[in-house]
Design a protein around this ligand. Sequence first.
Ligand code: SF4
Length: 82
Amino acid sequence: MSFDFLHALMPIKVVIDPDTCVDCGICYNDECPEVFQAGDGSTTLKEEFQTNGPYEGEVPDELESCVKKAAESCPTEAIHVE
Ligand code: SF4
């Protein structure tokens, strides 16, 4: 089993900084509605991806490009992907 294969099975950790988010809607309306949703003044992760409150969670590997596009498009860099 190669490292790359193991990596492909690893979930992607996503953290949103609600203090930095200006609720522009780009992530949850345009770039990655599969993962993000409108919250109360800032975006949150959809419930199924939350692991530690609404702003921290893990998403399956197949949604990595979607999450990364949202992070790159966020005007305030409020989305962090690990
Ligand atoms: S793109 Fe960034 S600023 Fe806009 S709603 Fe999403 S996290 Fe907030």
